[in-house]
Structures are given as C-alpha cells and as structure tokens.
Design a protein around this ligand. Sequence first.
Ligand code: F6R
Length: 278
Amino acid sequence: MRLIILEDAGVVADWAARFVLQRITQFAPGPGRHFVLGLPTGGTPLGMYRRLIDFYKEGRLSFKYVTTFNMDEYVGLPRDHPESYHYYMWNEFFKHVDIDPGNAHVLDGNAADLVGECRRFEELIAAAGGVHLFIGGIGPDGHIAFNEPGSSLVSRTRVKTLAYDTLEANKRFFGNDISKVPRQALTVGVGTVMDAKEVMILITGVHKSLALAKAVEEGVNHMWTVSAFQQHAQALFVCDEDATLELRVKTVKYFKALSEEHQKMIDGVPVDEQRVLH
Ligand code: F6R
C-alpha cells in the first residue's frame, strides 16, 4: 500500500487526475481494448473530475475507449433528481467528455428487480474484463461506497439498507429532512473493489483523519471497511495534510520520504521536468 501525502485538496485532485491520465495513456485504449475505470461520487472527487475535463479539452485525454462503473446509487430516487448519482455523474463529468454513455455504467436504483440489477452489474464488470483502476472516496467512519461499518469485507454488489448515521449525515442534501433521504442504496461490495487491478482512494479533510489512521495504522477490520485495502496488491491512498492529523509522526515521515518516487508515478518523468510542464 502506498500513502501519498499532498499539500491540500486541490493538489490531491490534480495528482489523482494526472494519475488517471497516466494510466489511461499507458494502457493505450482503442477499438476492442477499453480501459475500465471505477468511479465515486461525493465532494472529494469533484476537483479530479474538473481536471480530467480540462485534460480532455486540451486534447490530452480521450474517454472514447473508456468504460466506467460507478460505485453506488440510491434506491428509488428518480435519475433526474439532483441528489441521484446518475445526475451527479452526468453533470459533473460524463456530459463534458467524449465517453459513450452506453459505456458509462451506473447502478439503476429504480430497477424492478434490484437484486437482479446488482447481479447484472457484477456480470457487466466481469464481461468488461474487470476494473483496471477503481477510484474511491471514504466517509469519516471509514466506509467505502455504501459499505458501512460491519459490512463484509468480501461483499459483492448488493442492496443495502442505510444506517441511521448515514441518513443523518446525508440529510443535508435533502433539505435537512431525514424522511426524504432514501432508506436503501445499491452499492458495489468491498470484494468488488478489491478485485480491481489497482485502487486509488482519495481522502481529504481533518474529518477523515481518524478513518485514515484506522485504515493505515491498525489492522484490517470490518468496522473500518476501507482498512481492507491493506490487503490489496496495488492500493494507493492519496490524502492531504489535514487528513494526516491522526497519523503517527513516524508514519507521515516514512511516506513523505517516498514523495519523489510517488511524484514519478504520475507521468514517469523526473519531478523537475514535470514542474516545467505545469
Ligand atoms: C461515493 C461513495 C462514498 C463517498 C464517501 C465520501 O460514490 O461511495 O464512499 O466517497 O461518502 O464522500 P465525500 O467525498 O462527499 O466526503
């Protein structure tokens, strides 16, 4: 596992977008050879999406041969509801780039058969050849997607009834009215994300610092589901300084000492040359 500690949320967004650019470019997608990307919603990845849109507009990146799978979606929320993840993905990202909407998969929380929809999603991922890079965000309680504390660490895509804490946390998006927050969601499982070849988790803000410490410094524990990624062969945690506040000084120093190596990961050129490119 690599922990990449960057100055602030803006630098995290830029780094994450560069990493996606680097991975897609290196893969050289084309007809019959799609790069498969797993994507989150939420506040954290917004800056990354904006940078990816910039790269597309600058002609540095195309999504024509990219297939995406989103982590989750509420049950029973109309697609055009401003809080639906369909709405978010379309407005914040898909409509700004050249992705074929048929290749951008978001779970259908209005499907008549929700269990069947979850099965179909897993089958689509398998038919796409698996996910090359799954990008995720986490909650202050260490959840990834809607895999809340206590979720199975080998879980697959499924229907989840949301915990009261999650309803409380999300009511701000629904006019502070908890009764308007959907009670259920469809979500990929921890196991679904673990199957990706590479996983990049973005963590910013002091309110995520305890979750980061649990994920990195303590053992694998289903009460902090993101900790499962300690056992992933290619997992990156990309965080800002604020998110490190609960880490030991020793941990921070160890990973910061590797920062030049981490910098090379985003385009394979030495740090100085990369600055010139800015
Ligand atoms: C998003 C998702 C969640 C969020 C997490 C953090 O699809 O599944 O795990 O990544 O709740 O949300 P933000 O980024 O809004 O703090």
